[in-house]
Design a protein around this ligand. Structure first.
Ligand SMILES: [Zn+2]
Length: 173
């Protein structure tokens, strides 16, 4: 199955809109509350990033590895929300190893379309294009590297995630 990029992005945009979010950082607690998702932070062992259990009644529980850094936990949470909105038929999903690394949409590694969709959703949710273009423009007096650092701080994502996002949106040209 081919990854549904447009659908993933649209779902993220709809959520930003319906939760009336106007600026970064994106308040993920507000979003999970609205979706009636319970979030549990647990000290999972190994490289387990997160998991989501989706019930037929529409409720869900997301588990996040509390050992990970805050920015990574945010990305994992956004990624699991993506599975909830896009892949509820799966029922239970677990993300082990490092599936939540940002991958190039066209890279050979990005072969699991559900993972690609969840990552695309997470990027669009945490770094909405509309907000990002505006914030990036305000930093036009800075070098690209400094601007990306500032934006990563503001959006509470890793510098790597921000760098990929800025490149994917072709904002550096
Ligand atoms: Zn996943």
């Amino acid at each position: 199955m081919k990854a549904r990029y447009q659908l993933a992005r649209r779902k993220a945009d709809e959520l930003i809109e319906s939760c009336k979010i106007k600026s970064a950082p994106i308040p993920l607690e507000k979003i999970t509350k609205r979706l009636k998702i319970r979030v549990e932070y647990r000290p999972f062992s190994g490289e387990l990033s997160g998991m989501v259990h989706m019930s037929e009644d529409g409720s869900a529980v997301i588990g996040i590895n509390d050992h990970h850094y805050p920015n990574r936990k945010r990305f994992t949470l956004a990624h699991e929300i993506g599975h909830y909105l896009l892949h509820a038929e799966e029922g239970f999903h677990i993300d082990e190893k490092s599936p939540i690394a940002f991958r190039d949409e066209n890279s050979g590694l990005a072969n699991d379309s559900w993972e690609v969709e969840a990552n695309q959703f997470a990027a669009a949710l945490l770094m909405p294009e509309k907000f990002l273009r505006e914030d990036f423009r305000k930093l036009s007096h800075k070098s690209a590297e400094d601007a990306i650092d500032d934006l990563a701080d503001k959006y509470e994502v890793s510098t790597q995630a921000m760098s990929f996002r800025v490149q994917a949106l072709k904002m550096l040209v």
